[in-house]
Design a protein around this ligand. Sequence first.
Ligand code: GTP
Ligand code: MG
Length: 436
Amino acid sequence: MFDKLKDSISRFAKLGVADKTAVEALVKDIQRSLIQSDVNVKLVFELSKNIKTKALKDNLPPGLTRREHVVNIVYEELVAFLGEKKADINLEKQTILLLGLFGSGKTTTTAKIAKYYMKHGLTVGAVSCDTWRPAAYEQLKALGKQINIDVYGDAKQKDPVKIVKKGMAELSAKDVIIIDSAGRSAIDDELADELKKIDKIVDADEKILVISGDIGQAAETQARTFNELVGLTGVIVTKMDSSAKGGGALSACHAADVNVKFLGTGEKLEDIELYDPVRFVSRLLGMGDLETLIEKAKDAIDPEKAMDIMKGDFDLSSFYDQIESTKKMGSMSKIMEMIPGMSNIKLPKDMLDVQEEKMTKWKFMMDSMTKKEKTEPDILDRSRYERIAQGSGTRPEEVRDLIKHYNQTKKMMKKFKGGKMLKRGPMAKMFKGMMG
Ligand SMILES: Nc1nc2c(ncn2[C@@H]2O[C@H](COP(=O)(O)OP(=O)(O)OP(=O)(O)O)[C@@H](O)[C@H]2O)c(=O)[nH]1
Ligand SMILES: [Mg+2]
């Protein structure tokens, strides 16, 4: 879905100027992509109007070029358009009812989310109350076997309500019980009646509609109808991998005011991801993957310190710490690639990439420095250089080299105005994500 967006953005990003003509061409491209993904035309026009107005009228935030500003706006508008809310998944004891039309992916999704909850340390059981589809219970049983969960069903029982009652009792020791219900080719009275009865018995904590991405903007009506029927707590959009209309379905869910919880991205049981618009749009636009970066950064970096570094606001010891933790995440330029809107920024290439051997020496040097020397390296003079070199078994030139590297990085970071970029936009979001 939205296949061409990435190309449009990268074409735009390569342009020398980001004037009215360029913005208009970009917006046309975006429109084309969205309409191909079956996004409602009215919504497409609203979105393009927003992008155009903001891109051309907004005052340029300090530190951003017009081009970066425009890309950032496209990014933010798309996130808002698809629903800013990241899926909110409760990891407590609960019952989940999955419902939806024929072939939308309910049974597969039952097993997929079972696996997800298990990965988060919960015990899971599933109930098949689909008395419509031939061998529905067998299908779920086979999937359950793959992930080693208990599945309750009764191929002889024709009343889904009875199956659910019994299944809930059998599986009551499980943290999470997932109920796979029957579909129909359309929402008719029979299905409505059946779902209402099941809903009454189960009183599920989550009532999730499973929609196939290939229905595109028709998802809006479908989501609204099911919502009126049972009061949905969320939607899972499947087949995002195989349908060009996934984008239409997602924006339609947002328009219907239901929250997307997961996306199905393939036939295998691990092909599911938590819906996170920031991550999703970043990837769509070829602007890297913030989530991945946040995950990595959480392990490696102290966000407060990282922020100081970006602002050029650091002393020798935090400089050293930062080089060390940045190394854990990969090179600085790699990191920048993962940040939306930042991939075009020319960072002093691999300023923070220092060879291991050099790092060890630097460590010794810093051990031989006084606290004052580390916070105010400017006080270093010839005799201090010599003393530090002697204490660390290095040469004075090598100590000078460290200081030179430190000063250069500081200067570059200040010039690159990292601090200003941290106040808004994706960078700010990333750091917020790291803190949380
Ligand atoms: N490519 C792809 N295929 C999927 C995805 N989710 C489900 N499918 C496939 O869609 C088909 C229908 O999936 P089911 O899970 O049986 O759908 P269902 O809603 O339970 O169908 P009924 O029980 O007949 O109503 C199967 O072939 C699945 O492998 C997905 O995210 N991507
Ligand atoms: Mg099924």
